[in-house]
Design a protein. Structure first.
Length: 288
């Protein structure tokens, strides 16, 4: 069994680590990254067995190929390995947007989605990036969403499902458009808000005092603003229609709350807070 990981960051590195834990004899993990530092770390830390000098060399003879790069780079990554993908190999990705990935894969493959490509998205991560922060337990108990397409090979889908299950994840399936709508609301917009909030504070004259006196609530709310700017730039750009629609709605709601505060409509503001708290408490068990 040979696994090839293209993109040796937190997700790709953690998947490699997870599959190496308790591995059966004969499993070989190869990896490639355009950043030489990540490649050196992946080898030094034992995340991969081999790190050839090119993406094509890394996927040569691989049974499963995982593209773990920012979503806007999926097409380039696939182009770089396409000539070396074996006839029995399965290719999957880890991108946070699925419609854009499927569109890019189809373009690279002559306008048609190949049966051997399985679109996937692990719902796991941290605000840290890079292979140095990868750990084998990242996916334990978390969902991985597969978004099969019409030409999907059932065998390819099953092989990818088993791979994620071996990493400790729970695999579910969903339509790609529905996926992008849901994660625009639960992941993409929250990152936009966190980045925007922190950036706003950094432009205030008293920013030093603000950050010096920030407490746990500030750390909780802004934690995701420490995530990779490149990755989230790509995600928002790839899912821009849905994210912009939700952002406009959020701005409208914030404007309503601003009006409540300025006109001292405290009962309305409190009712908004209570409604939000009740909703979160009601759905808390479903939050992963």
């Amino acid at each position: 069994m040979k696994l090839a990981v293209i993109g040796l960051g937190l997700i790709g590195g953690s998947l490699a680590r997870a599959l190496r834990v308790g591995r059966s004899a004969g499993l070989v993990v190869t990896g490639f990254d355009t950043d030489p530092k990540q490649v050196r770390l992946a080898v030094d830390l034992g995340v991969v067995d081999q790190a050839p000098g090119s993406a094509q060399a890394a996927v040569q003879g691989a049974d499963i190929i995982v593209i773990a790069v920012p979503v806007l780079h999926t097409a380039d990554a696939l182009k770089s390995i396409l000539p070396a993908i074996g006839t029995t190999a399965v290719v999957t990705d880890v991108g946070s947007t699925k419609q854009s990935v499927l569109e890019d894969v189809a373009k690279v493959c002559g306008g048609k989605l190949p049966p051997w490509f399985v679109a996937g998205h692990p719902i796991a991560g941290t605000e840290k990036s890079g292979v140095a922060n990868a750990f084998a337990e990242l996916f334990h108990g978390h969902r991985v969403i597969l978004t099969p397409h019409a030409g999907q090979s059932a065998d390819a889908r099953d092989r990818v499902r088993k791979m994620w299950e071996a990493a400790g994840a729970r695999v579910v399936e969903m339509d790609a458009a529905r996926h992008d709508q849901i994660f625009a609301a639960t992941s993409h917009l929250p990152h936009v808000l966190a980045y925007g909030f922190v950036d706003m504070l950094t432009r205030l004259p008293e920013q030093d005092q603000i950050f010096r006196n920030a407490g746990g609530g500030f750390r909780d709310f802004t934690r995701i603003a420490s995530s990779s700017p490149q990755m989230w730039h790509d995600i928002v750009r790839a899912n821009r229609a849905t994210v912009s629609e939700l952002l406009a709605r959020q701005i409208s709601d914030l404007s309503e709350m601003l009006a409540m505060i300025r006109s001292e409509r405290w009962d309305e503001l409190k009712a908004r807070f209570e409604r939000a708290r009740a909703a979160r408490e009601r759905h808390l068990s479903q939050i992963e």
